[in-house]
Design a binder for this molecule. Sequence first.
Ligand code: FMN
Length: 279
Amino acid sequence: MDFKEVVGWRRSIRYFQPWRPVEREKIQTILETARLIPKPMGIDFVRSLVVYRDDLSQEDLEALKTPTTTAQLDMAPVYIFWFADMEALSRGIDGRNLKAMVETDVLPASHGWSEEYVDDVIVPQVYQRILDDPDRTSLTPPGRGGDQDGPTYSRALLNLARSAIGMAHAHALLSAFDEGLGTQLTALSAARIMDIPSHWVPSSGMLVGYHAESWEAGGQRPREPFEDDFYEGRYGVPFYRDQQVVEELKEEGMIQPEAPLSWRREEVRGLARMFGLPE
Ligand SMILES: Cc1cc2nc3c(=O)[nH]c(=O)nc-3n(C[C@H](O)[C@H](O)[C@H](O)COP(=O)(O)O)c2cc1C
């Protein structure tokens, strides 16, 4: 699929064919795509855990459900959990990732980069400051299973880690659609099945499977008006939205008819009947 079509067809899919497994190659492709995100500070923060629905006990499956994630968990055969490793920066505190990029001229001398610059400026003034920032938080606050004397992390580091997760989400979502799969990011209550390092920050999970609802899934979800969200030159001046560009993007499949499509209610009723769900 063309990039613009992938963007256009991506939407949150909430009905999957429960009987159709997802090929392992496709899951690997999603992971390979997420691996190639831009890296905040040159650090690889993102981790993931792939879980197969059919390997879980019924109790574990039920325990994953949340108020916003219910029937789709029974349907999607694969769940990908995304995390950020809060120790990744400490492990790379010697700046080796950046030095490797200096050595290969990715970070060029013309822009001020050198090994000495990494050692003398980036490590002490950027990395160390982020790690030592006094505005700190614990990953599991006391009262929610956290330890009063447990480790704390700077919020600056948490922000970087979460931005890496966001990028991994976006790459992975688009990759899934490119592979012909449907997917949805969603809140999951995963503590019961998660035996992961305590310094991994969790995020939304990703359900993956083949569409049981149509690819339209009721239409592209409405967004706020373009001019309300994007500015040009200075705040208050809306970025001028050229209608010719909009028309071209419609032709290329990126901007698609908006929800609700006239037949959506009937589709949802039909799906509910097929899966024995409330109508
Ligand atoms: C981080 C994140 C978490 C989300 N969690 C949920 C969720 O718990 N339940 C749900 O139904 N949708 C969830 N969504 C999907 C959004 O509801 C959805 O993206 C939004 O309504 C726009 O629709 P679209 O994805 O179909 O374009 C989540 C999306 C993101 C980015």
